[in-house]
Write a protein that binds this ligand. Structure first.
Ligand SMILES: Cc1ncc(C[n+]2csc(CCOP(=O)(O)OP(=O)(O)O)c2C)c(N)n1
Length: 608
């Protein structure tokens, strides 16, 4: 079996394989995923679900001439296995190792980097238009899950396909799941398509009825034809896609290689845009993940110990919601991962899953606020990037009291470039009316959340990292105030969020060398506590800042502007780059943002 898997080193090795051999290959791939992914951690159930689909795609199409764009890209492991990257799986998602998402830089077979949802149809249409303008050949293929398919960008791309004449093939991988259950009108529509037998019954019965009716003259015949068309409109699978200019093929059993190869060949043969509706089972072939696909959406080799920030956020929010019936929670398709499970259970009518729709979620929250509710939008930092204009135009401009619970802020680690939450301070804090807070420990997170809901008016964000924040002794939270955690004399180290612990550890290292650093927990990027920062700067004469955001537009730059002419300042933040995948500590060390490097930087400043 393993020999069969290792005999496939490039997709061309599939071209002469017969169906039974491809079926055996699929079994080998599943065994490979089940053995390897839990060791490194990574997306699991989604990959188990697309084994046959990926084999069939590579059998029928030829990358790199044909372009396959994997939406989100979390389901691209099988593609990686088939394109010469099997041996690298022990390094999956580790620093310097195989990425968990498609990466152009990693392979000629990856044509488009992904990580965020719903981009594949737009990108495929772009490829198709470029191909046609240059008179080139090759198919442009978007492989997209049913939840990603319902995202706004996908709808915009479909709308565009309808009025372009550039052929794209959209493979709709329908497993009826997002990370949790897929929700929304599209999900219901796809459900209707799946119950296809209803269509055949109605169609057959209509035909029989039409035949049994005696000839009634032209007007009645035309009326009946119209009725028949109307019925077809109501019950033909995929008629909506046909109306949007895509030939609909399916539904196809996504675990039947022969059916898949036949349908994909038909899609290739057609000269119009096509939507192939493929039915798959998320987690297929591994009983626990078939039963609980959401739990196995992603797996990790080590269990998270202790309370995470997401969990603390969720717990605090339930308490705040108990006290205040106007509190409602919104999640763009990630309620469990955002810590909202308990809230959803207790207050199902006060919870809104918008589907993968961050921009809609933000504007929807603005509407809720205007309508008198207190919306708390729980969203990952990198995904909130999608909602930038909604935040500016709908939330901030009208000073709406929307609370943004910005999870996974800063470095998230193994998901890499697309998922690092290192831009939120920059893209939030320059918006007028928006406030931005960052807790350094769990209790501060609770205190800040309490403030945002009970006392604040207007838009406000609380950003916190993936995992936990350590506890430490510190003064309680006051809005707009920084906290001096340690008095010093030689240098001020001002830190934000989890970097406060790095600053304290650096101060310990410095103390051993006789250098007394004053450590300030910035807490609020906006409003910034200029008074506390200025008074410390005047005392020590040197300021060093550290934050887990990019330098440009971050807290350090704001502090530098406030301290202009008072004392020199050095800013530690991520440079103007995308931060790769890897272990969080490794990445901080790489960018010299660990305690040792920070202490060394302070020493260097003082020596200079
Ligand atoms: C813009 C954005 N929001 C949220 C996510 C988080 N996310 C990753 S996969 C996923 C579910 C995808 O479901 P579907 O497209 O149906 O694919 P499946 O995993 O079921 O194969 C979500 C919500 C994301 N990647 N991008």
């Amino acid at each position: 079996m393993d020999n069969l898997l290792s005999s496939v080193q490039s997709p061309s090795d599939l071209k002469t394989m017969d169906v039974p051999t491809m079926e055996k290959l699929c079994a080998c791939i599943r065994a490979f995923l089940i053995e390897n992914v839990p060791k490194t951690g990574g997306h699991f159930a989604s990959n188990l679900g697309v084994v046959e689909l990926t084999v069939a795609l590579h059998r029928v199409f030829s990358v790199p001439e044909d372009k396959i764009i994997w939406d989100v890209g979390h389901q691209s492991y099988v593609h990686k296995i088939l394109t010469g990257r099997q041996d690298k799986f022990p390094t999956l998602r580790q620093f310097g190792g195989l990425s968990g998402f498609p990466k152009k830089a990693e392979s000629i077979y990856d044509c488009f980097d992904t990580g965020h949802s719903s981009t594949s149809i737009s990108a495929a249409l772009g490829f198709a238009a470029a191909r046609d303008l240059k008179g080139e050949k090759g198919e442009a293929i978007a492989v997209i899950g049913d939840a990603a398919f319902s995202g706004g960008l996908s709808m915009e791309a479909l709308n565009h396909i309808a009025h372009c004449h550039h052929k794209v093939i959209v493979i709709l991988n329908d497993n009826q799941m997002s990370i949790g259950k897929a929700i929304g009108g599209f999900s219901q529509y796809l459900n209707k398509i799946r119950t296809r037998s209803a269509y055949y019954t109605v169609k057959r019965e209509t035909n029989e009825l039409l035949h049994r009716i005696p000839v009634l003259g032209k007007p009645s015949a035309m009326a009946l034809k119209k009725l028949s068309r109307l019925l077809r409109y109501c019950v033909t699978p995929g008629v909506v896609f046909e109306k949007l200019g895509c030939r609909y093929l399916g539904p196809v059993d996504g675990h039947n290689i022969r059916q898949l190869c036949d349908t994909l060949s038909e899609a290739k043969r057609l000269d119009t845009s096509v939507l192939v509706h493929v039915m798959t089972k998320k987690g297929k072939g591994y009983a626990p993940s078939e039963e609980a696909p959401s739990r196995y959406h992603a797996v990790s080799p080590k269990k998270t110990e202790g309370e995470t920030c997401s969990a603390r956020f969720g717990k605090t929010l339930v308490t705040l919601a108990d006290e205040n019936p106007s509190v409602v929670a919104i999640s763009p398709s990630m309620p469990d991962a955002s810590g909202l499970s308990e809230f959803v259970k207790k207050y199902p009518h006060r919870f809104f899953d918008t589907g993968i729709a961050e921009a809609h979620a933000a504007t929807f929250s603005a509407g809720l606020a205007e309508g008198g509710m207190t919306p708390v939008l729980a969203v990952y930092s990198s995904f909130l990037q999608r909602a930038y204009d909604s935040l500016v135009h709908d939330v901030a401009l009208g000073k709406r009291h929307v609370v943004l619970a910005v999870d996974r802020a800063g470095i998230v680690g193994s998901d890499g470039e697309t998922h690092q939450g290192i831009f939120d301070i920059s893209y939030l804090s320059h918006i007028p009316n928006m406030c931005v807070l960052a807790p350094a420990d769990m209790d501060s997170l609770s205190e800040m959340l309490g403030y945002t809901i009970k006392e604040h008016a207007g838009p406000i964000a609380v950003r916190y990292p993936r995992g936990a924040l350590p506890s430490f002794s510190r003064p309680s939270f006051t809005f707009g105030k920084a906290a001096v955690l340690r008095e010093g004399a030689h240098i001020t180290v001002a830190a934000l969020g989890r970097m406060v612990h790095t600053a304290l550890a650096a101060a310990d290292i410095l103390l051993e060398k006789g250098i007394r650093a004053e450590v300030i927990d910035i807490r609020s990027v906006k409003p910034l506590d200029v008074e506390t920062l200025v008074s410390s700067a005047k005392k020590t004469g040197q300021v060093l800042t550290i934050e887990d955001n990019v330098l440009s537009g971050g807290a350090g730059e704001k502090i530098a502007a406030a301290l202009s002419g008072i004392c020199p300042i050095t800013i530690k933040a991520f440079p103007d780059t995308f931060v790769t995948h890897g272990n969080v500590d490794e990445l901080f060390a790489l960018y010299k943002m660990d305690a040792k490097s920070l202490a060394a930087e302070a020493e260097r400043i003082l020596k200079a």
